[in-house]
Ligand binder design. Structure first.
Ligand code: UGA
Length: 429
């Protein structure tokens, strides 16, 4: 099938590339000329495991191309994906400027029956909004249908998530577009959930908000475990064996972050309130998350009072491992709080350092985990990169001013560290 993908950000690039890998003919469109030129040269603007070879392979096979010419890509496409950004406004509302712009431009270019697919996370009702915008402009000249097909990709495992999804959700009011999308995804082995557009849009928010709830829940349980002498990892294990609960998303940490959970939870609170329902549970999830970041600072303060003048080595700045993304990263928030208290920081992250320099004025950046810890009064682990597990801790101890580690991700082994003479504190254990 001939496919156009409008918006070559994270979701667009992964979607376009994976669809090309399923042997469709895909054109990825973006307004940023520089980004498109780089992609044409085979340079990937984002950090995502397994994406680069896939882009190269499909571009070389002639199935994947990049352009700034939206009209040309849409004109020949049978399926057009909208994967533009939907940032949140200060009030927590999703900003639909890019979505509306894309819909108008698509309408100008459509020729022949086209299925327009909304993949961005958008408030309930947006698929109908796109339908109306295109309808008004087309005035019946060409046939088209608009479908909601939310994505469930995780940064760091997006390619794998696309090619091996747990489910594919298609929200449509017309049989013909359902047929087209079923055909498009024929190469994937996953249950299809075929529903109406509003339910499809709601599935995305409800899923992300539920996963965020799981994280806040286990963070709250971790805090109680600490107070009563239980180990949250044992508790999560014991809970996870219950199939109704499951093992996933029960790892406590410094709070959830990234470009999705915080934004989507806020958007769902906003959607609910406009619909006349006060979503107290989800407000609580967000509150627990904010509190969790502050509690991590308190953990540090308990071992380093006063914070002013203390030297802290920081491991990890990205919002989670295997990404260079700093958006709403708890690590960055915690670093800012510590800098605000007058602590001096030397930070290291395997992928996010370049971007972090602008986010954390006043912090020093180290070239490796050892340099970050050298001379430190305390080492603070904030992101769960595997690299930190394989450090030579004997050597590390010799470098630090005081051998104290606060591990906000429970990444390290307390027994080994204590045996080596470290003071160790994790979360909820
Ligand atoms: C999330 C969802 O998992 C995807 O299904 C969804 O498609 C995506 O949002 C999106 O809406 O685009 P992502 O933001 O990449 O994906 O990251 P997650 O792996 O879900 O992690 C989110 C946050 O929760 C991270 O800060 C992570 O460290 C934290 N987390 C996750 C925990 O603290 N504990 C856990 O057990 C799991």
């Amino acid at each position: 099938m001939r496919v156009a993908v409008i918006g070559t950000g994270y979701v667009g690039l992964v979607t376009g590339t994976c669809l090309a890998d399923l042997e469709h003919e895909v054109t990825c469109v973006d307004t940023e000329r520089e980004k498109i030129s780089r992609l044409k040269r085979g340079e990937i603007p984002i950090f995502e495991v397994g994406l680069e070879p896939l882009v190269k392979r499909n571009a070389q096979a002639g199935r994947l191309s990049f352009t700034t010419d939206l009209a040309a890509a849409v004109r020949t496409a049978q399926v057009v994906f909208i994967t533009v950004g939907t940032p949140s406004t200060d009030a927590g509302e999703a900003d639909l400027t890019f979505l509306k712009g894309a819909a108008s431009q698509i309408a100008e270019a459509i020729e022949g029956y086209t299925v327009v697919v909304n993949k961005s996370t958008v408030p309930v009702g947006s698929t109908r909004l796109v339908q109306r915008i295109i309808e008004e402009r087309l005035e019946g000249m060409h046939e088209f249908e608009v479908v909601s097909n939310p994505e469930f990709l995780r940064e760091g495992s997006a390619v794998n998530d696309f090619l091996h999804p747990d489910r594919i959700v298609i929200g449509s009011e017309g049989q013909r577009s359902i047929g087209v999308l079923t055909e498009l995804y024929r190469g994937l082995n996953a249950p299809l959930v075929i529903t109406d557009p509003a339910s499809a849009e709601m599935i995305k928010y409800a899923s992300n908000a539920f996963l965020a709830t799981k994280v806040s829940y286990i963070n709250a349980i971790a805090n109680i475990c600490e107070a009563v002498g239980a180990d949250v990892r044992e508790v999560a294990l014991g809970m996870g064996y219950d199939k109704r609960i499951g093992f996933e998303f029960l790892r406590p940490g410094p709070g959830f972050g990234g470009s999705c959970f915080p934004k989507d939870c806020r958007a769902l609170v906003d959607i609910s309130s406009k619909a006349g329902y006060h979503f107290r549970l989800l407000e609580g999830v967000l509150e627990v998350n904010e509190e969790q970041m502050r509690l991590m600072v308190e953990k540090v303060r308990r071992r380093l009072d006063p914070l002013a003048g203390a030297r802290i080595g920081v491991w990890g700045l990205a919002f989670k491992a295997n990404t260079d993304d700093l958006r709403e990263s708890p690590a960055v928030r915690i670093c800012r709080l510590l800098l605000g208290e007058g602590a001096s920081l030397a930070a290291y992250d395997p992928a996010a350092m370049e971007a972090a320099a602008g986010e954390l004025p006043g912090a020093a950046f180290a070239k490796d985990p050892y340099e970050a810890a050298a001379g430190a009064d305390l080492l603070l682990l904030l992101t769960d990169w595997d690299e930190f597990k394989w450090v030579d801790f004997r050597r590390l101890k010799g470098l630090m001013a005081r051998p104290v580690i606060v591990d906000t991700r429970n990444c390290l082994d307390p027994l080994t560290l204590r045996r080596l003479g470290f003071e160790y504190e994790g979360v909820g254990r």
